[in-house]
Design a protein around this ligand. Structure first.
Ligand code: TYM
Length: 329
């Protein structure tokens, strides 16, 4: 790890299955950034227990999430990659940052309000953004690749870093979000006015990274569109088609304009088939990489990642304890 490289941090919750929104909104950038940055990626298993869960099932889901991330291209030899719960310094810093987070700020968090309404509220759900800030600030991260839905949490993280620095000295860099221009908010296939999400009850609303080609084709074929059969990029009038255009663009590296000029008058049937083929082609190598992974080997890599992360986090945590008056007497 060279000193002059900037540090990247990001996390993914191991709940449900990773979908193409996660992939195009965040993971594509996670993978790319490994080339030029000091990258730290975390399966945030403490964040995900803010909703009810089954412990035995959860152990498996956590490992599945790690395997999917490795299959998409996260390389544990190039990135620090581990389960959040295995590095207790995250929770420690979260407590410290919590003491400087006004409850008025937490009350305004959109994700909290949405989740509290659907899943019921608890203190963990409420202080979720503080733990997220701790994840990022613990490693002095400069850059945080995320989808659009994390924008507000990132703003709060930046405010907390400034507040901490003003009070205790220049400890944290102010982190920047890295949000893609397109595909920052991949929408549900069954309701293109809602975000594609891991937890929506209708499975047809999302394409999973590990879906078989047949399932992908079926889901895209049944994606909700509209009745005016021109392929046009227009989020107000044609959210379903605009979403598919972004998904196809993200999977082919062709611009939306280029796709519109090819498919404008080809009819929705032909266009949807092309979108499905683009997605199938993009995900096929990930699916086959996943199938080659050995659970025990991945578990071993995650343990090694946690050990390395703990060492690194402890160095930073000592400095934080020192400036806050909490170091060993
Ligand atoms: P999570 O697990 O919900 O999602 C992981 C990443 O996927 C992005 N994403 C999307 N992007 C585009 N379209 C969508 N429909 C879509 N759905 C999800 C998310 O923006 C995210 O980047 N709070 C975070 C996890 C977290 C974290 C962190 C992230 C915990 N600590 C520190 C960054 C830094 C979350 O719930 O992500």
């Amino acid at each position: 790890m060279s000193e002059d490289r900037q540090t990247v941090f990001s996390g993914l919750q191991p709940t449900g299955n990773v979908h193409i929104g996660n992939y195009l909104g965040a993971l594509v950038n996670w993978v790319k950034l490994q080339d030029n940055y000091d990258t730290i990626y975390c399966v945030v298993d403490l964040h995900a227990i803010t909703v009810n869960y089954d412990p035995a099932e959860y152990q498996k889901e956590r490992l599945e999430a790690a395997k999917v991330l490795i299959a998409t291209g996260i390389d544990p030899n190039r990135s620090l990659f581990y389960f959040q719960s295995q590095v207790p310094q995250h929770a420690e810093l979260s407590w410290i940052l919590g003491t400087m987070t006004p409850t008025g700020v937490l009350n305004r968090m959109t994700q909290f309000k949405e989740k509290a309404e659907s899943a019921g509220s608890n203190l963990g759900l409420y202080s979720y953004p503080v733990l997220m800030a701790a994840d990022i600030l613990l490693y002095r991260a400069n850059l945080v690749p995320v989808g659009d839905d994390q924008r507000q949490h990132l703003e709060m993280t930046r405010d907390l870093a400034e507040r901490f620095n003003n009070r205790f000295g220049e400890v944290f860099p102010i982190p920047e979000a890295l949000i893609p221009e397109k595909t920052a908010r991949v929408m549900s296939l069954t309701d293109p006015t809602a975000k594609m999400s891991k937890s929506a009850p209708n499975e047809k609303s999302r394409v999973l990274i590990l879906d078989s080609p047949d399932v992908i084709r079926k889901k895209i074929k049944s994606a909700v569109t509209d009745s005016e059969p021109t392929v046009r990029y227009d989020w107000d009038e044609k959210p379903g088609i605009s979403n598919l255009l972004e998904i196809m663009s993200g999977c082919t590296d062709r611009s939306v304009d280029d796709l519109v000029s090819e498919y404008a008058d080809s009819g929705y049937g032909v266009f949807k088939e092309a979108v499905a083929e683009a997605v199938v082609t993009k995900l096929a190598p990930i699916r086959s990489a996943y199938q080659q992974l050995d659970d025990r080997e991945v578990a071993r890599l995650m343990q090694k990642g946690a050990l390395d992360a703990r060492t690194r986090a402890e160095g930073f945590a000592q400095e934080i304890r020192k400036v806050t008056g909490l170091s060993a007497p």
